[in-house]
Design a protein around this ligand. Structure first.
Ligand code: AGP
Length: 604
């Protein structure tokens, strides 16, 4: 989820780009850069880390050739690494010979394009997928000497998600743009025909009033006072509240991040799930050679993703899988053997307990993988390999999209290992991949479902506690639902294996004990149904979540009919996230910054 800004006009282009990137800092990034073009003079600045590092480079530059406050075009970018480490070489804008490009998204076919362009004599300096765009443009321009034609030919060849701004000495007063899969807006400035671009509203507020939120497939070219679009577009008025804009109009970052799960999981799968195959550029198939066990180690929500994955690894990869809570693992004097693959899961990549556990495994000579959302975080630097979630920054302390993308990554890993070990039939793989492709749809928040959760939440503001119950992968999902409720509503909740309730906890059953029952159609439905009936017979207040209506529940949330339990898993996840959030709202809590909690627990 990178950030993009662009400007055409005769003000201080560098300053405008830097300020625009600062307005995008809330989206998270690991490096940034700008490029400014004035006739045949091209200046570029890049820096790893914070925008202020970039700003210092611009201010220190004494050999600037671009004259401020005269006509120039500029593009800027904040990068959230998906391919290639956070370095200056990998930071955008990326240069060909006479053109620069910034890009948000993932070019799925970049390897083929890079190979083709390398054979044609193009030299690449970065590890990124983005760099192929500018070389492809120049490859076509060198043939046609027509920038518009070259740009059109370029975008025809790209596969994946890509919002692009491209500037070139061949057309110094123009910015070529394309929107496909990642957000991009273009706005008319308040003065002198200026044109602004941005990947979200925030950088545009105060500078422009009329904006077009580009639809997928719309491209064009902008110059002072003139924008040509490839298709009909709709002009609208910009919101004027920056914080409102940073939340994309949602009430909380957590709400925004629940709603964007359906989009970010597409990035998570992009380039990894292709043509009925699973592939991880980040992994060498040999990493699973000689491995007889997988040990997962994590904390909190990440631990719940690990527990979910343990069912999938044993079912799909036919590898024994154990899961450890990192703070326990560190001090239990664990017995470790080198035929164990150690996987740490962490949104931040900085959780102290998980990081120390990883170092213990490393010191014991185990092969390790970090499943993480932040490149260049501590865990990514210790593990043998890293698989990034590509979820973009997660600002809500209560983790949402990190959990869904972790589960998708781990599910794909289970299929990848199963295929590599030849224990997964082609037919089974095909079914699982088709199901994975439907996950975004299961994560889509339907307004009537959200309204149902909001209405129901008024009934669950008291009581002497909650049990969230489920079986198989719905047990870790129950744990996750309980954690969500605890951390943002401060009400007591427990996740429990449904089959365990009769071994003690059912003694608590009474009308003041709320049971949230996860009742998937495609996984042990009859078993979970009888567990819930036991509770209902003891007058527990039950809220059932299921695609099958259940008469004995006091409340009922109907989910969609699907053909796979993992699609039920993701839809029920959204229900649990919304349910907790709406209870928290009614209780007047700080949804994004709950009391006593930190986003990343970097201490023991
Ligand atoms: C989840 O909602 C919590 N914020 C917390 O449990 C979190 O998952 C845990 O601290 C682990 O963080 P990590 O994924 O960054 O390692």
């Amino acid at each position: 989820m990178c950030g993009i800004v662009g400007y055409i006009g005769n003000k201080n282009t560098k300053g405008i780009l830097i300020e625009g990137l600062k307005e995008l800092e809330y989206r998270g990034y690991d490096s940034a850069g700008i490029a400014v073009l004035q006739d045949d003079k091209l200046e570029v600045f890049k820096a790893v880390g914070k925008i202020k590092n970039l700003e210092e480079k611009v201010l220190q530059n004494t050999t600037c050739c671009v004259t401020p406050n005269e006509m120039s075009t500029g593009i800027g970018h904040t990068r959230w690494a998906t391919h290639g480490k956070p370095t200056e070489f990998n930071a955008h804008p990326h240069l060909g010979i006479y053109s620069y490009v910034v890009h948000n998204g993932i070019i799925e076919n970049y390897k083929e394009l890079k190979e083709e362009l390398t054979h044609a004599g193009h030299i690449f300096v970065s590890q990124t997928d983005t760099e192929v765009i500018v070389h492809l443009f120049e490859f076509y321009f060198n043939q046609s000497n027509d920038a518009q034609k070259a740009f059109d030919e370029t975008i025809k060849r790209l596969e994946g998600a890509y919002s692009i701004l491209l500037i070139t000495k061949s057309e110094p007063h123009k910015i070529f743009f394309m929107k496909h899969g990642s957000p991009l807006a273009v706005a008319k400035g308040n003065d002198d025909g200026e044109i602004y671009f941005a990947s979200s509203d925030a950088p545009l507020i105060g500078l422009a009033n009329d904006v077009v939120y580009l639809e997928d497939g719309v491209s064009g070219v902008a110059s002072v006072g003139n924008i040509e679009f490839s298709d009909e577009v709709k002009w609208t008025t910009l919101p004027q509240n920056k914080l409102f804009a940073q939340k994309d109009g949602y009430r909380f970052f957590m709400e925004k991040e629940i709603y964007e799960q359906k989009d970010v999981v597409i990035d998570t799968m992009m380039g990894r799930l292709k043509n009925d195959e699973i592939n991880f550029d980040e992994l060498d198939k040999s990493i699973i050679e000689g491995i007889n066990e997988i040990k997962i180690c994590a904390c909190g929500t990440s631990y719940h993703a690990g527990l979910t994955a343990s069912y999938l690894f044993e079912r799909l990869s036919k590898i024994r899988c154990t899961v450890e809570i990192a703070s326990e693992f560190r001090y239990k004097e664990p017995l470790l053997s080198k035929d164990t693959l150690f996987i740490v899961i962490s949104q931040s990549g900085e959780t102290a307990d998980t990081l120390e556990a990883l170092k213990m495994a490393k010191n014991a000579g185990l092969k390790s993988i970090a499943v993480c959302n932040v490149d260049n975080s501590s865990m990514t630097r210790v593990a043998d390999a890293t698989i990034l979630l590509r979820a973009g920054i997660e600002k809500g302390v209560a983790s949402t999209k990190a959990f869904s993308t972790q589960t998708v990554v781990l599910w794909m890993m289970a299929l990848y290992f199963g295929k590599t070990r030849n224990v997964l039939s082609t037919e089974k793989l095909k079914t699982e991949l088709q199901t994975l492709k439907n996950v975004p749809n299961s994560l889509k928040v339907e307004s009537q479902l959200h309204e149902k959760c909001r209405r129901l939440s008024k009934r669950y503001l008291h009581g002497h506690g909650f049990f969230f119950i489920g079986r198989d992968v719905f047990y870790p999902l129950a744990l996750e639902g309980a954690l969500k409720l605890k951390e943002i509503s401060y009400l007591h909740a427990e996740g429990y294996p449904a089959g365990e309730m009769k071994h003690g906890p059912i003694a608590l059953a009474d009308p003041e004990l709320f049971t949230i029952a996860l009742m998937p159609q495609h996984l042990h439905y009859d078993k979970i149904k009888s567990n819930v009936e036991e509770l209902s017979a003891r007058d527990s207040t039950i809220c059932a979540i299921s695609p099958i209506s259940f008469e004995l529940s006091d409340d009922f949330i109907l989910t969609a009919e699907t053909n796979h339990y993992m699609l039920e898993f993701f839809e029920m996840l959204v229900v649990l996230q919304l349910f907790s959030m709406e209870i928290s709202v009614r209780l007047g809590n700080d949804v994004d910054m709950p009391r006593n909690l930190a986003k990343s627990v970097t201490v023991e």
